[in-house]
Design a protein around this ligand. Sequence first.
Ligand SMILES: NC(=O)C1=CN([C@@H]2O[C@H](COP(=O)(O)OP(=O)(O)OC[C@H]3O[C@@H](n4cnc5c(N)ncnc54)[C@H](OP(=O)(O)O)[C@@H]3O)[C@@H](O)[C@H]2O)C=CC1
Ligand SMILES: C[C@H](CCC(=O)NCCS(=O)(=O)O)[C@H]1CC[C@H]2[C@@H]3C(=O)C[C@@H]4C[C@H](O)CC[C@]4(C)[C@H]3CC[C@]12C
Length: 277
Amino acid sequence: VYFYSAPENFNEEMLRGKRVIVTGASSGIGEQMAYHLARMGAHVLVTARTEAKLQKVVERCRELGAASARFVSGSMEDTAFAEEVVKEAENTWGGLDMLILNHIGHSYFNYFDGDVDHIRKLLETNFLSYVAMTVTALPMLKESEGNIVVVSSVAGKAPGPFAAPYSATKFALDGFFSSLRHEFIIENVNVSITLCILGYIDTDNAMQAVSHAIKVAPSPKEECALEIIRSGALRQHELHYPPGIVNGMLLLRGQEPGLRLQRFLFDRKKKGEGAAP
Ligand SMILES: NC(=O)C1=CN([C@@H]2O[C@H](COP(=O)(O)OP(=O)(O)OC[C@H]3O[C@@H](n4cnc5c(N)ncnc54)[C@H](OP(=O)(O)O)[C@@H]3O)[C@@H](O)[C@H]2O)C=CC1
Ligand SMILES: C[C@H](CCC(=O)NCCS(=O)(=O)O)[C@H]1CC[C@H]2[C@@H]3C(=O)C[C@@H]4C[C@H](O)CC[C@]4(C)[C@H]3CC[C@]12C
């Protein structure tokens, strides 16, 4: 039995004045999270590779009412950079309340191509950099009794075809952070870990990568971003967005409709009709 300080209801005031790092924030869901946090009056530190995009995100955050907004640009392929981002927060704020781990490296939506080096590099960017930031941030998060928010995917819970390298990195996140959460509970470490399991979201990069192959309507990135912040602030163990996405995928995968979908996709490949996804 352990005491777990989780608030019952979400109020945007919870984020006012909080010191928050958002990775992968130059576009997509990360960019939208930065804007929500700014509206809520948080201090935001955003990071990605593209400085010009980050500069615009920071300017927009200031317009929206952020307590402060700054960026650090660099690649998470290098775990030393991951640690540098956290050190920037420590030097700037003297502490940290919420760490939102969101970035992903480039991958593909297609049959696995046998490229082991791609998986090695993707594990560095999508997984080991998350671990490195967590290790560096943990003393500050213990001090603030803060939150770690890990953005993952249904591909890291109920995998389907055509995203094997990416899916592997997302399963690694579940394994590591869910195990770490157990250790925090055993040791009475009051730092929450929220794993966000997302379905298809309408970000430019995702739609560019899969819209030719996936015809279901993606969910809105703005709402997704707000739900991630909300689940982290409420110290939830997991967010499933859109609701039911994991059960839906598990159901499809094990049942005839899902098997029919995969046969359809594979058959098109065999008959040469249309490219692989
Ligand atoms: N969109 C979707 O359908 C889904 C998304 N998700 C998850 O949501 C999160 C965000 O996805 P989404 O918003 O679509 O992604 P985007 O491609 O829109 O954004 C990715 C972000 O990561 C940054 N990035 C890319 N490569 C690197 C790198 N090497 N080092 C540091 N930063 C990097 C990009 O900026 P820059 O290029 O400037 O570095 C960008 O800010 C991911 O964890 C993804 O797995 C989960 C399920 C579905
Ligand atoms: C293929 C996408 C990764 C695109 C990418 O390379 N991003 C970085 C862009 S950059 O290098 O130019 O900066 C995948 C990202 C999210 C995936 C989707 C997801 O996670 C939800 C579903 C999971 C399911 O198992 C397969 C379909 C998904 C819609 C999945 C498809 C691949 C992504 C869009």
